[in-house]
Design a protein around this ligand. Structure first.
Ligand SMILES: Cc1cc2nc3c(=O)[nH]c(=O)nc-3n(C[C@H](O)[C@H](O)[C@H](O)COP(=O)(O)OP(=O)(O)OC[C@H]3O[C@@H](n4cnc5c(N)ncnc54)[C@H](O)[C@@H]3O)c2cc1C
Length: 408
């Protein structure tokens, strides 16, 4: 609460009503963990959990722990791994497919990968360092030229994206949470103390606390605070069809990331959709509401050239599907987990920056603790790291952006 211009914390009620806006990977898990800790929770989403416009849409996301040195994400990923398994067991559903994740080091500067090993060890995520000779023998369908060494995380793999978002909301409702498919108006959100939300059916919703987990829309809702802090970038995803009967590019290959001048990654054969390949370089600005989701021919050409080089047997593979998603990108690729600078009862959660999905269960757990215990978030996620307006910078999280500056 603001009194005489100073932030004063209101005493926490024992059973507060909390409105969570956004039922993607961040908001859905937050709502569920808040509910499990005794809060009364209303979850809202304009188009539904994991909808095709959301950053959590689509079928699959990579679960990995390799994250470079000096960062909180390997530990969060390790906690999330445990929670994914816990909820899979509880709900008798599978979301995590442990196909393994192979990280290929194609850059001469391997500080990112070298710096990943200790955090992996400390977090207890199993991994193996592999020489190029060993990788060549094990996966002859990959051309390892230019690859210096690799990291295999055998217990990681891919997560079902939209299916798990829906399962979280189903569980949330099953445990007594209220879910409504309605949009929250941005009108007046930053004009003073937040006393209620205006919804798309013209009703009002009052709560004690508000969590906004609106992915690429977060900056549109809070233009003064986040307008230039989160950018929505267009990301094209391609699915190529392997030859009939050929299992070298699904069951017999782990997920992979190739960290060279650019960062390419792929998920082989999930859901029979084909060989998923994407270039992680941040694309141009993209409007998540009205943007036409048509992939760029230039990106397709680049991905095809890469495919022909790294997976020669896929050289002439046809494109069988494609989709457009967007990253909600911060300048340093770190998340945003903080109170609104002027409203103590408003929390902002977002900035997944192309790597947030896997952390959903752990972030939701952390958010519930932060809100209910009135605690302070990790410094790396606080808004105070953006003095004034945001500047575009180089990511400490994904070193490939040093070689691939953000396109305009
Ligand atoms: C192509 C692609 C590949 C990725 N790969 C990976 C990966 O391999 N591993 C990984 O961990 N992460 C990955 N990510 C990142 C990850 O998917 C995102 O960081 C994460 O899904 C973000 O979740 P979110 O809940 O913050 O946002 P969203 O999923 O976008 O959820 C926000 C929700 O808010 C709702 N909403 C917005 N405005 C309003 C409003 N006014 N009122 C009501 N509701 C509203 C929307 O409908 C939406 O459902 C990838 C992302 C993309 C796009």
């Amino acid at each position: 609460m603001l009194q005489n211009g100073f932030a004063v914390r209101s005493a926490m009620k024992s059973n507060p009503h909390i409105a969570v806006v956004g039922a993607g990977a961040f908001g859905g898990w937050t709502a569920l963990h808040l509910l499990e800790r005794g809060a009364r929770v209303t979850l809202l989403d304009a188009w539904g959990p994991g909808n095709s416009r959301a950053s959590s849409g689509g079928e699959t996301r990579i679960m990995r722990g390799t994250y470079g040195p000096d960062q909180p994400y390997t530990e969060t990923a390790a906690r999330a791994l445990k929670l994914w398994v816990k909820y899979e067991r509880r709900w008798k559903k599978q979301f995590l497919h442990r196909a393994g994740v192979l990280w290929m080091v194609s850059s001469r500067d391997d500080a990112y990968e070298r710096g990943s090993l200790e955090p992996l060890r400390e977090a207890g995520i199993r991994f193996q360092e592999l020489s190029t000779a060993v990788m060549k023998k094990r996966w002859p369908q990959i051309n390892f030229s230019g690859v210096h060494w690799g990291i295999l995380e055998p217990e990681c793999g891919y997560l079902d994206a939209r299916a798990s978002c829906q399962a979280v909301v189903d569980a949330f409702v099953g445990q007594g949470g209220t879910y409504r498919q309605l949009a929250v108006s941005s009108d007046g959100l930053e004009s003073g103390l937040l006393r209620g939300l205006t919804l798309s059916d013209s009703s009002r919703l009052k709560a004690d606390y508000y969590v906004f987990a609106c992915g690429p829309w977060l900056g549109k809702l809070f233009p003064e605070t986040l307008g230039e802090v989160i950018r929505s970038t267009k990301q094209d995803i391609f699915f190529f069809g392997p030859p009939a009967g050929d299992t070298r590019f699904d069951a017999n290959l782990p997920l992979w990331g190739d960290h060279g001048k650019r960062f390419f990654y792929g998920i082989p054969g999930s859901d029979r959709r084909g060989f998923k390949v994407a270039d992680d370089t941040r694309g141009g600005p993209f409007d998540p509401t009205n943007g036409e989701r048509v992939v760029s021919q230039a990106t397709l050409k680049r991905v095809r050239e890469y495919l022909a080089f790294r997976f020669p047997a896929m050289k002439d593979a046809p494109l069988i599907e494609a989709r457009v998603c967007q990253y909600e990108q911060t300048s340093d690729s770190h998340f945003i987990v903080d109170r609104h600078p002027r409203m103590d009862n408003v929390w902002l959660l977002g900035g997944g920056s192309g790597h947030g999905f896997k952390h959903g269960p752990a972030l939701g757990e952390m958010m519930a603790e932060l809100i209910l215990k009135d605690a302070e978030p990790h410094a790396v996620w606080r808004l105070s790291r953006f003095p004034g307006r945001n500047r575009l910078g180089v990511s400490p999280i994904l070193a490939e952006r040093e070689a691939c500056p953000l396109p305009e």
